[in-house]
Design a protein around this ligand. Structure first.
Ligand code: AGP
Length: 608
């Protein structure tokens, strides 16, 4: 979603800000812009489309300056065009603002400002901020920002510069991530550490309700009543190569191929084979507290919601705790039953998804303990949960989530072990799980070594217009995930269903043009899935099967087959998801599509 970068120092900020925006491209955007304090006034360049278009605009009318802000926009209010791109200005052109989030009361504010003589040029909600700051400005930018924000309802991460108070950037946060990067004689603002990691590893995360005044030589964080807040400086310990393609054509492919390593990282030091147990240091819950819960709610969005469904099955089967899965966007506006015996698990790769964050806050407000399964270290969910399990999958840049999904499933398996062994799971049963977990990296490598087989299958389906994905038990959420991957990046319509549910409607769609992917490893429901394969074949559907051994019962019923190694039922999704990630990837790549930044999508959805 939208991205923010800011710089205050003594270098020329133009290319530094544009490079920062390039690091945020993966988040999804449709236009971009930059403002710099240029010899007393503010100069702005904006462009619709990719950052290359912004570079061209700067190339034909160069700007420079050593205080500046820049933005990638993902349209919410008004179409993606140059005028609606950020930064936005006040009437006199002395204030420049970039904004992530939504100003909900922008309509009445705009009307009120118009009455007092302000002229608007864009359709955006953001533009009201520039005019509010202009109206409130006396001689100090931070005071004007405080006064302006007092009138605003909604969410924001903003960065503001002003030619009447020129040597600073003022930033403020409510509901949209923002951090300060600390350099030597220069400092930065960013919505995502990737934008500034090239320059500094030391960052201060802003929390909701905080603002910062950032100058060349320092920074000050305060609340909206101007009370100074002491903040912790965090060191980022991952390297820039983690956010580079490393020889792969796309980030998505690189991230799929990283999975033997990322799974290892999720498990490192956490799976204790001897005792069939897991060590999860970050839960912040005593043994007694863990035994006390009798109800679990898992809430998430998208791919993370699919891993939540797998987690529910694991927890109910092996830890025997009643568990519900809720879309975060629905949970936050329901009246859910939550008690002090409820544990709320929130799953999020980014740790910034607006709905998931709001659902977690709502669960907390109702008295539940919250646990975050988060990948992005230092993200808002990770900072606000009561405890959690970091996925340690490393930065995920491809918009389509891959390695985060498999790490989520592994983290849920570790949590299941913990909860199960404190209840009914025996040491022998626990060891079956730990031993199966330990084998996963090698088994994933085995699948990846045969990626060419999937590429060949993909070649037969690049012109398909529909796809059906079917699975049962632990592989039903994998069917949903396989379908989501395909539709996100190839724009082919795809649906996931529990295999037996097909008879209750989707079977009407099956003909020779309908490819049907069956996720059918040899598990406890395999024989049932065979009957469903038979039903599809009888109607002329084209069957692609993900199997795990030679199955005579499938002879003559499948058109394409890919074998995955065998594991225990609850871990099958880690292996069966990978050929589906590859299938979606190869189909989209063969269609010549922008795999890493599919149309309309954002990596981190920070609006409702
Ligand atoms: C997955 O491929 C998606 N792009 C999307 O569904 C994503 O999983 C969802 O937006 C949730 O994101 P989160 O895990 O960062 O909260």
């Amino acid at each position: 979603m939208c991205g923010i970068v800011g710089y205050v120092g003594s270098r020329n900020g133009t290319s530094l800000l544009v490079d920062g925006l390039k690091r945020l491209e993966y988040r999804g955007y449709d236009s971009a812009g930059v403002s710099l304090m240029d010899g007393g006034g503010i100069e702005t360049r904006k462009a619709k489309g990719k950052i290359a278009m912004l570079e061209a605009a700067i190339g034909s009318m160069p700007i420079q300056g050593n205080v500046g802000i820049a933005h990638t926009r993902w349209a919410t209010h008004g179409p993606p065009n140059e005028c609606n791109a950020h930064p936005h200005h006040d009437c006199s052109g002395t204030v420049s603002v970039v904004h992530n989030g939504i100003i909900e009361n922008y309509g009445p504010l705009r009307a009120m400002l118009k009455k007092t003589g302000h002229t608007f040029v864009s359709d955006t909600d953001t533009e009201v901020l520039a005019h509010l700051i202009e109206a409130a400005f006396d001689d100090n930018l931070e005071e004007a920002v405080v006064d302006a924000l007092a009138l605003v309802e909604g969410t924001y991460g903003i960065a503001v510069i002003c030619s009447r108070d020129p040597d600073k950037i003022v930033a403020a946060r409510k509901g949209s991530p923002l951090l300060i990067g600390l350099g030597e004689g220069e400092n930065y603002i960013a919505s995502d550490v990737a934008a500034i990691l090239q320059h500094t590893r030391h960052v201060v995360y802003l929390d909701d309700g905080e603002m910062a005044v950032v100058t060349r030589t320092g920074y000050r964080v305060m609340d909206l009543n101007a009370q100074t807040i002491k903040k912790r400086v965090n060191r980022i310990d991952w390297d820039l190569d983690k956010i580079e393609k490393g020889g792969y054509e796309h980030f998505m492919l690189k991230e799929i191929f990283e999975q033997p390593q990322t799974i290892q990282n999720t498990m490192r030091g956490r799976s204790v084979d001897e005792d069939g147990f897991s060590k999860l240091g970050g839960l912040n819950l005593s043994r007694e507290e863990l035994q006390h819960f009798d109800h679990i709610i898992i809430t998430a969005c998208g791919t993370s919601w699919h891993s939540a469904l797998i987690g529910k099955m694991m927890i109910e089967e092996h830890a025997r705790i009643r568990c519900e899965v809720e879309y975060a966007s629905e949970f936050r506006y329901r009246n859910p039953i939550v008690s002090e015996k409820t544990l709320c698990i929130v799953i999020s790769q980014s740790g910034e998804t607006a709905d998931t964050l709001a659902a977690m806050r709502e669960a907390k407000r109702r008295g539940a303990k919250t646990l975050g399964l988060v990948n992005q270290v230092g993200s808002t969910i990770a900072r606000e949960d009561d405890g959690g399990i970091y996925l340690h999958a490393g930065p995920e840049i491809g918009v389509a989530s891959t390695k985060a999904f498999t790490s989520q499933v592994v983290a849920l398996a570790l949590l299941t072990l913990k909860l199960g062994r404190l209840r009914t799971m025996s040491v022998v049963q626990g060891r079956v799980v730990t031993q199966a977990l330990e084998k996963l990296p090698e088994q994933i490598q085995n699948i990846l070594d045969r990626a060419g087989e999937i590429e060949k299958i993909a070649a037969a389906f690049t012109d398909a217009t529909n796809f059906l994905y079917l699975g049962r038990g632990f592989n039903f959420p994998v069917a949903l995930e396989g379908a989501l991957k395909l539709k996100e990046i190839s724009y082919i319509h795809a649906e996931g269903y529990p295999a037996a549910e097909m008879k209750h409607g989707p079977i009407a769609l099956i003909d020779a043009d309908m490819p049907v992917v069956f996720i059918a490893p040899h598990d406890s429901v395999f024989d049932k899935v065979v009957s469903n394969v038979q039903e599809v074949k009888a109607r002329g559907g084209r069957v692609i099967a993900i199997t795990s051994r030679d199955e005579p019962s499938l002879d003559g019923k499948i058109d394409y087959e890919f074998r995955i190694p065998e594991t225990i039922d609850m871990l099958n999704p880690v292996l069966s998801a990978i050929p589906l990630q590859l299938l979606a990837y190869y189909i989209a790549a063969k269609r010549g599509l922008n795999v890493d930044q599919p149309r309309n999508l954002a990596k981190s959805v920070t609006v409702e």
